[in-house]
Design a protein around this ligand. Sequence first.
Ligand code: PAF
Length: 296
Amino acid sequence: MQILKTVAEMKAACRAISRTEKKSGFVPTMGALHAGHISLVRTARQQCDVVAASIFVNPVQFAPNEDLAKYPRTLQEDCRMLEAEGVDLLFTPDAAEMYPTGASTVVNVAALSGRLDGASRPGHFQGVATVVAKLFHIVAPDKAYFGQKDAAQVAVLRQMVRDLDMDVALIVCPIVRETDGLALSSRNRYLGAAERQQALALQRSLQQVERLFAQGERSSKKLIAAAQQVFAAEPAARVDYITLVDWATLLQVEIAAPGHLFAVAAWIGATRLIDNVILSRPGFLASGGDEVKVVE
Ligand code: PAF
């Protein structure tokens, strides 16, 4: 695995690959890798000739009151894991390399950026879109891999790719969970033992919603109320949002239908966790990644 730290080196390595007409897959990450990230890498490995990844804790997607300073950094272990998965190129720039003094251009996916996590984390999605646009320009991959856990991020990036005519297909891979159902997240390592149990309320609320939807419940109000009830039984968890939205627009819907996104965010102590379910669509995300056909 080649590890590249500068934009110029990464561009040169990626351009050399694209001249060979090999298909390239790209997995952008902020490091602190877990099995969720590895599932993205494995899907990329299956679908592409060459796999690139990046590790960059992107400062501009953290608000001043957020956990940038304490965000877990485990570079050595991450490199070992990526190498073991057969990643070819790893980009590990520092902040000065990605945002040199005077950098002032941002990518703002106007309406979507203020919805779901964007409503509670102002500026977050602008930071995500800006860094991912830069990474796409540097790496120029054929396919890029994201987890469904960050479903609102996926919606923002789909819109960005479409609006800016970017020549990359976004592949969305299923949420990876612990055996007890907790969605994997780099932030899970902040949780103490009691909080780890409280955090299961997120997944329990989604299971309840899925059950009701399977039984025929279509009222978003009732589905949301059912999820709220699960949280009411876990008062240590502080709900940020519980919502049912159209996955493309992130706008709330009244009547639930297959393909809609039911999403929750909650504070467990000082840790904000998110989770979601796409209401059942037969075959959806059944095996190793759903290709969102943005550009053919
Ligand atoms: O999902 C993440 O880890 C980050 O938001 C991303 C896409 C790597 C951009 O910093």
